[in-house]
Design a binder for this molecule. Structure first.
Ligand code: ADP
Length: 492
């Protein structure tokens, strides 16, 4: 199979021959080593732009800048109303540059333009949501002995680093930057080496909104260089990480030197339970989107579809029909729903799991075909005859590959669903209200969807049980992540 890729637009930001520098202390700067690396367009496999390859000395500079900016108080002690206004200006600036940011995101990550437009709009929404908080973060006055006055205040944590992955880079950048700034922190963002462009352009846009110098820094580079230096740095007070469970564990370990505050949003192998009383065509559509959207490169992807044996065949047929509607193609075509996976490495990884599934004895029921290059396109694929002990059912693939597993009764469904190291998301398709509530209670996951999949809202906590992470992001929860709570006792 072959996919035609039309000439894509080239934003001015990457039109020049020079490598894109990093943002440190309000200045655009090369890596101290002078090194750069290339980022690739996964739809064509060709180089897109080169960016500075930051390392430990650059992280040192960024930390020093963020510390100075934190301590001089220009941001932290700014009147909360003023902080709100800056965050609102950032949101407006994102909207004003929406098409350019969406274009950069689609070029760099291969995500369809119709999807990245929504992501950019959501990034603006994230800044707007957190813009509301600076004036509303109150403390308490506590009922203690009459001879003392006791109250609590929320204070910023200090220098906060965000280390983010390549799936939904602008979404992740907004989730890390907006609440950290709202709480009065200074920030160092390290985008993934596969997709550094929108973080850099976003930072450029943000610097034009009146944020004081050094409050936001962006260090581009690799995980084992820039990322590891951030995680181990004694001058970083907090790391907020989104990415793989293996890297999350490395970051947690590296951050122990100064007991950084660490929040981790990690992987998943989320179950989607299809009960026999479900609206089967609707459940199949939700399940298809649940595992295949963003070409399966979603931490909450519903990659274990647990289907009651009585409706297995009907469901599989409906699932095939739903997936047939998913147009794989050029990220810049308006009717494309699924673009390529992000990189050559990810392409090989996904293909290796197709081979693993076959070698484990599972059957390819839907998809499984290959596209010829040069882009990294994968056909959404569903395996049947899968046992939950197979690697196909246990390991996060991060591609559009799902395992269909049958169950006989609800207890067996719950047992299989919870039999995983992960606990990020789970879903149930049923028309029975009490089954819905009962399963919502029994499933060990940070979010449970009923008769829907992937729905999130900025006001809700997001994060995982078990090895899917530590802590919750979004909503009021991010305020806990980005503030320290202080108790003050005054003897009267
Ligand atoms: P993937 O393996 O799919 O690239 P990762 O979880 O490793 O996903 O990457 C997510 C982010 O973590 C990226 O920004 C990456 O550079 C960074 N990273 C990778 N390894 C480390 C590490 N040891 N320490 C800190 N950051 C890292």
């Amino acid at each position: 199979m072959h996919i035609e890729i039309a000439a894509a637009p080239v934003p001015e930001f990457i039109a020049g021959p020079a490598a894109r520098p990093m943002l440190i202390d309000g200045a655009w700067t090369d890596a101290q080593s002078g090194e750069t690396f290339e980022t690739t367009n996964p739809a064509t496999g060709t180089a897109l732009a080169s960016v500075a390859s930051g390392g430990a000395p650059d992280v040192d500079r960024a930390v020093a800048a963020a510390r100075r900016a934190f301590e001089d108080g220009a941001w932290t002690d700014l009147n909360p109303h003023e902080r709100t206004m800056v965050l609102l200006r950032i949101a407006d600036a994102i909207d004003a540059h929406a098409e350019e940011l969406a274009t950069l995101e689609s070029l760099d990550g291969g995500i369809p333009i119709t999807v990245t437009r929504g992501m950019v709009a959501d990034a603006a929404k994230t800044f707007r949501y957190y813009a509301g908080w600076p004036t509303k973060m109150t403390g308490t006055v506590n009922p203690v002995d009459a001879s003392v006055h006791c109250y609590t205040v929320r204070e910023p944590v200090g220098v906060c680093a965000g280390i983010i992955p390549w799936n939904g880079p602008i979404t992740m950048a907004a989730w890390k930057i907006a609440p950290a700034l709202a709480c009065g922190n200074t920030v160092i963002l390290k985008p993934a080496e596969q997709t550094p462009l929108t973080a850099l352009r976003l930072a450029e846009i943000i610097t034009q909104t009146g944020l004081p110098r050094g409050v936001l820094n962006v260090v581009t580079g690799f995980g084992h260089t820039a990322g590891a230096a951030i995680a181990a740095h004694p001058g970083v007070d907090k790391v907020s990480f989104t990415g793989s469970t293996a890297t999350g564990k490395a970051i947690l370990q590296a951050s122990q030197g100064n007991l950084k505050r660490v929040t981790l949003e990690l992987g998943g192998k989320s179950p989607h339970i299809i009960m026999p009383d479900a609206d089967i065509p609707a459940a199949a559509r939700a399940a298809a989107a649940g595992f295949a959207m963003l070409t399966g490169q979603v931490c909450v992807a519903g990659t274990r579809i647990l289907v009651h044996e009585a409706v297995h065949d009907e469901f599989a047929e409906e699932l095939a029909k739903a997936l047939a509607q998913f147009q794989v193609g050029d990220p810049f075509a308006e009717d494309t729903l699924l673009g390529p996976v992000v990189s050559a490495a990810q392409f090989e990884r996904v293909k290796s799991y197709l081979a693993i599934g076959r070698s484990e004895g599972a059957d390819v029921a839907i998809g499984g075909g290959e596209y010829d290059g040069p882009g990294y396109f994968v056909q959404p694929t569903v395996f049947t005859g899968v046992d939950n002990s197979m690697r196909l059912a246990r390991e996060e693939i991060f591609g559009p590959v799902a395992a269909l597993i049958t169950f006989r009764d609800v207890d067996e469904a719950v047992r299989i669903a919870n039999d995983t190291d992960y606990g990020l998301a789970a879903a149930v398709a049923t028309s029975n209200v009490s089954t819905a509530h009962s399963l919502a209670r029994r499933l060990r996951a940070g979010v449970v969807w009923v008769n829907t999949y992937s729905e999130l809202d900025l006001t809700f906590p997001f994060g995982g049980f078990k090895q899917s992470g530590i802590g919750r992001e979004l909503g009021e929860n991010s305020l806990d992540n980005f503030t320290e709570l202080k108790s003050v006792f005054i003897r009267l």
